[in-house]
Design a protein around this ligand. Structure first.
Ligand code: PGA
Length: 251
């Protein structure tokens, strides 16, 4: 049985004090949640303060990106060593906003995914097609390209520790969620790809999240699909009550 992982990607929102206040409110609302792994991904500058605030709670910490080198002359970048030191157990890699605005490619995604594993940080690798790609009927080609190239060279153990987030770009921040059937079709396809590269039993254990306009009122129908194992939540994770409702979708 795969334990769902629901992560809040706060993107470039919340000052340090706002981040701490958000996570403090969240803690109380999810204190009894044991059947879902809960993650928050604040901006780099808030990681330490949020790490302190969640000590002893059931909330885990993720960064939103990282560079692949351990240290050196890379002005403005943050390394996996630094993330590990801050208490990050997860890191989001290859979010479509990074692919779109910051020149992230499958190659850099793959370097980051491998580097995260070297520091035992679990990468949440994002994949997903743009609207024009869906309309052109190339969704599966794009997903295959992102999955195969992003995961290239991972050991079985690293594959098992990798989380994949399927995020159709047209559904992110638009209020247009993929229907549960549309999402399931791609999730099933991703699992088949992993099965082909690794094995059916490994594919069966990998967590595949859905992301893109997930809200308290659509999470349950998405989670009801056999290959959807959690969510990567943007806008709705910026409010403690709405994120808690998503995390507690079974309640
Ligand atoms: P959204 O963002 O929930 O605001 O659509 C999801 C994401 O980008 O991870």
């Amino acid at each position: 049985m795969r334990k769902p992982i629901i992560a809040g990607n706060w993107k470039m929102n919340k000052t340090i004090s706002e981040a701490v206040s958000l996570v403090n409110s969240l803690k109380g609302l999810v204190v009894n949640t044991t059947d879902v792994e809960i993650i928050v991904a604040p901006s780099y500058i808030s990681l330490s303060a949020v790490a302190d605030a969640i000590k002893g709670s059931n909330i885990k910490l993720s960064a939103q990106d990282m560079y692949w080198e351990k240290n050196g002359a890379f002005t403005g970048e943050i390394s996996p060593l630094m993330l590990k030191d801050t208490g990050c157990q997860f890191v989001i890699i290859g979010h479509s906003e990074r692919r779109l605005y910051f020149a992230e490619t499958n190659e850099t995604v793959n370097k980051k995914v491998k580097s995260a594993h070297e520091y035992s940080i679990r990468p949440i690798m994002c994949v997903g097609e743009k609207l024009e790609e869906r309309e052109a009927g190339t969704t599966k080609d794009i997903i295959k390209d992102h999955v195969i190239n992003g995961l290239s060279g991972l050991t079985e153990e690293q594959m098992l520790a990798t989380v994949i987030a399927y995020e159709p770009v047209w559904a992110i921040g638009t209020g247009k969620t993929a229907t549960p059937d549309q999402a399931q079709e791609v999730h099933g396809f991703i699992r088949e790809l992993i099965s082909g590269i690794y094995s059916p039993s490994i594919a069966d254990s990998v967590i595949i999240q859905y992301g893109g306009s997930v809200k308290p009122d659509n999470i349950a129908e998405l989670m009801a699909k056999p290959d959807i194992d959690g969510g990567l939540i943007g806008g709705a994770s910026l409010d403690a009550e709405s994120f808690a409702k998503i995390v507690n979708y079974k309640a």
